[in-house]
Write a protein of this length. Sequence first.
Length: 134
Amino acid sequence: GPIYEALAGSGLQDPALKEVYYRRAFCRDQGKDFEKTLAGWKEFAARYADDPRTPAALTEAAFALQELKRPTEAVAVLDDLIARYPKSTEREAALNQAALLRLSLNDVPGMERNYRQLLADFPKTKYADQANYW
């Protein structure tokens, strides 16, 4: 943890700096300070949008937002992941989670859109029973 905090401001250059930001976010994720966790994952995703780990970082940011009781922001992060990373392995779960959050926000049309997209893009999804229910 603390070593990555120090290294982040040390003047390192990429690719080493990219690893520092990722590992710092990961270390923050191990604690219960969800604001710091959120900041770490969002910073990594903003700096390294093309990194293959960025969809996972966005997923972690959305989980932190859920823990912080900010579901509308969590949906926005998941929507960003869904739109910008169509080939991501995180996308299937993101569609399901966005649908569930939309239901909790009483956005039934949005939930239905997410579930339709989930079934269209992932016909054999493990979330099919839930998606077909709606």
